[in-house]
Design a protein around this ligand. Sequence first.
Ligand code: SF4
Length: 45
Amino acid sequence: MKDEGLVSMCSAGQCVYNQQDQCHAEAIQVAVHEDHADCETFSPE
Ligand code: SF4
């Protein structure tokens, strides 16, 4: 069983992987930044 999560909803509309608020990246990396999680796979369009 894989231990990676699947991201579906994402509100980062400026990300190249975001299509209609859904993430289409095969895998993402998330890091904790101060008091919230940030997606490190974010890639501007
Ligand atoms: S890669 Fe990260 S920021 Fe981009 S759509 Fe997916 S979850 Fe959102």
